[in-house]
Write a protein that binds this ligand. Sequence first.
Ligand code: SF4
Ligand code: SF4
Length: 103
Amino acid sequence: MDASAGPGGHAGPRQDAIACRPGCAACCIAPSISSPIPGMPDGKAAGVPCVQLTADLSCGLFGSTQRPSVCASLAPTLDMCGLNREQAFATLTELERLTCPSA
Ligand code: SF4
Ligand code: SF4
């Protein structure tokens, strides 16, 4: 996997881009995803691990055209990912609360 990519290849041109932490997957668990995911046709709820996560918390759809575009376009940044997994979960959970109050 590209070391600069998120689980299964989150990547982007942002100046504050950082390398994705192996074994994190906070962005595949904490946020809700409204677009269909193979195995989760209605997307997923906040806090629910994506069914496509592998045992080592990578994306099983990396490189596949079935991977939701929202996943491929999500770039790891210090703001989102923080310095550790706990910070990433806290930030993403708060972001979800702010953007999806019903979640
Ligand atoms: S939250 Fe950031 S560091 Fe964690 S898996 Fe997602 S992109 Fe990688
Ligand atoms: S499809 Fe892959 S990148 Fe998207 S949430 Fe699921 S495991 Fe994460």
